[in-house]
Design a protein around this ligand. Structure first.
Ligand code: RB5
Length: 145
């Protein structure tokens, strides 16, 4: 199950993401926004992040104008590793090396073709494991919270 969320600025990409996931037969839960009327990205990113943190959703794809705001919110949640990606190679490496479980993208920064490529790499690339396991574990054990 993939959690998807956006604010107004990411709404159109979010609707495209739903179509992409449907094409691929992947289940998703849409945490809003449900229109492109002005809204506050933390309202949607927090609830969607909670679903990833609790393990109800294995992955998340969150979108705002830049991908930055939703990413900041997501990374406050225990167990969430959100990667803001603007180029496909970043999405590939976020899976290979960081085992990212949330992808954040900015609808105002990249076109849909690029976003689609980023999303497909995020969905299709497996964590490399090996030397990266300890590093990823340290993300969650060494915290100042
Ligand atoms: C909304 O105008 C915009 O600030 C928001 O979508 C996001 O880019 C924040 O990080």
């Amino acid at each position: 199950m993939v959690a998807i969320a956006s604010d107004h600025a990411g709404f159109h990409f979010k609707e495209n993401v739903k179509m992409l996931l449907e094409e691929r037969g992947i289940e998703y839960k849409d945490f809003g926004a449900h229109t492109d009327e002005r809204s506050d990205y933390p309202d949607f990113a927090h609830t969607a992040s909670e679903s990833v943190s609790r393990g109800e959703c294995e992955r998340g794809i969150f979108i705002c104008g830049t991908g930055i705001g939703v990413g900041i919110v997501a990374n406050k949640h225990i167990g969430v590793r959100a990667a803001m990606c603007q180029i496909p190679e970043a999405a590939r490496l976020s899976r290979l090396h960081n085992n990212a479980n949330v992808l954040t993208i900015g609808e105002r920064l990249i076109d849909w073709e690029t976003a689609r490529e980023i999303i497909e790499l995020f969905l299709d690339t497996k964590f490399e494991g090996g030397r990266h396991v300890t590093r990823v574990e340290k993300i969650h054990t060494l915290t100042s919270l």
